[in-house]
Design a protein around this ligand. Structure first.
Ligand code: NAI
Length: 348
């Protein structure tokens, strides 16, 4: 396994490998940039097939966090942690405490919260041994709620830029993944008068969406082909690739999943097909924005100042519109434009 040779390395400031012999815990914490302040980034609990895959994921997600915090105007940097184990079997109080002790060692430059495979309860267990944790039920509470609210602001920007519409009524949105964020987005879209097509590998939320929202249902591996106005990937990243992009019928893709584009060519192909793509780290920034208040309560961070939560969530709409406008003006994809803007902010 090589850090320096990883295609995702991008001059990460710090990469930590932790091993706890007593519990078998293995984890990686990647800190991409602290140019704007101490790094923040969620903890992903996942059974990676090998160490290189886990490292690449940590590096990729960490860089995206740098872009996310920079574009959201937050005075913090970007990092990410991955715990390499099956969340269904490898998670215990002892493992989460061992992880928390590692986070505590690097707390001056890194603080964390939940991500895929970690619940609010899990992150509260980590918080029993370190103060460098946000997204507990204290403060702003479950970040997924704020991610969903921010997503709705972003979807309004997409509706305006792609369909010339000020509202979402009557637009059909195909949601892949009805988890914490996807469900929150579905509920709010229904309230805004949008029509829903949904897919999840778990039947329970799908059945609930049919009963409560009159949603149409598609198979998880087919939903990207839905006849919809907007396709919203809200499950795992990497779903937009050479095969799936050519099958998308929606006129826009805007979802919460991190790192949706398998590679930059998927973004170019989307643009080539006239499909508007909302960069994921811009539209899904609500969770990290909501963690700012908790951040200022951590050691070494009392001086950090940040705008009111609602203002930052609302600003997602204007930020996306400015990215779409600049992308069109400069003949770039929205994600290349967002990346350029973010890198300028963090001095890369
Ligand atoms: P979650 O774990 O609560 O929900 C994911 C959902 O996707 C689950 O219902 C799962 O059954 C479903 N799913 C998994 N594989 C699927 C597939 N192949 N097809 C359809 N459905 C599938 O996760 P959460 O918190 O809702 O996050 C969703 C995505 O948004 C993740 O990529 C996460 O990294 C990203 N994100 C989440 C934030 C948050 O505040 N929770 C913040 C920013 C990004």
């Amino acid at each position: 396994m090589s850090v320096w040779a990883s295609a995702e390395f991008d001059d990460h400031e710090q990469v930590c490998f932790f091993t706890d012999r007593a519990t078998g815990l293995r984890c990686i914490v990647a800190i991409h940039s602290t140019a704007l302040g101490p790094a923040v980034g969620g903890t992903r609990f996942k059974a990676y097939p090998d160490g290189q895959g886990a490292l690449d994921d940590a590096l990729r997600l960490s860089r995206a966090m740098s872009y996310k915090t920079a574009l959201a105007g937050l005075p913090v940097g970007g990092g990410k942690a991955v715990i390499i184990a099956d969340p269904a079997q490898g998670k215990s109080r002892e493992v989460l405490h061992a992880y928390g002790r590692f986070v505590d060692r690097i707390g001056q430059t890194f603080a964390t919260g939940e991500d895929v495979g970690m619940s609010v309860a899990d992150i509260e267990t980590v918080a029993e041994v370190t103060p460098f944790v946000g997204g507990t039920s204290e403060g702003a509470g479950d970040p997924s709620v704020h991610t969903a609210v921010g997503m709705l602001h972003g979807l309004h920007a997409v509706a305006e830029a792609r369909f010339g519409r000020a509202d979402l009524a009557g637009l059909r949105v195909a949601i892949q993944g009805l988890g914490a964020v996807g469900w929150g987005v579905a509920k709010r879209l229904h309230a805004a008068g949008a029509l829903l097509t949904v897919a999840d590998i778990r039947p329970e939320p799908v059945e609930r969406a049919v009963a409560l929202f009159g949603a149409e249902v598609m198979a998880p591996e087919e939903v990207h082909k839905a006849r919809a106005d907007i396709f919203a990937p809200c499950a795992l990243g990497g779903g937009l690739n050479g095969r799936t992009v050519g099958e998308i019928r929606a006129a826009a893709v805007a979802g919460a999943a991190n790192n949706q584009l398998a590679d930059p060519s998927a973004g170019l192909e989307l643009a080539g097909r006239g499909i508007l793509f909302a960069p994921d780290y811009v539209i899904n920034a609500g969770g990290v924005i909501s963690g700012m208040e908790a951040t200022t309560r951590m050691p070494h961070r009392a001086h950090i100042e940040f705008p009111p939560l609602e203002d930052s969530l609302t600003a997602i709409r204007g930020r996306l519109l400015s990215i779409f406008e600049r992308a069109a003006r400069e003949g770039r994809t929205p994600e290349a434009t967002a990346e350029k803007m973010a890198r300028a902010i963090i001095g890369r």
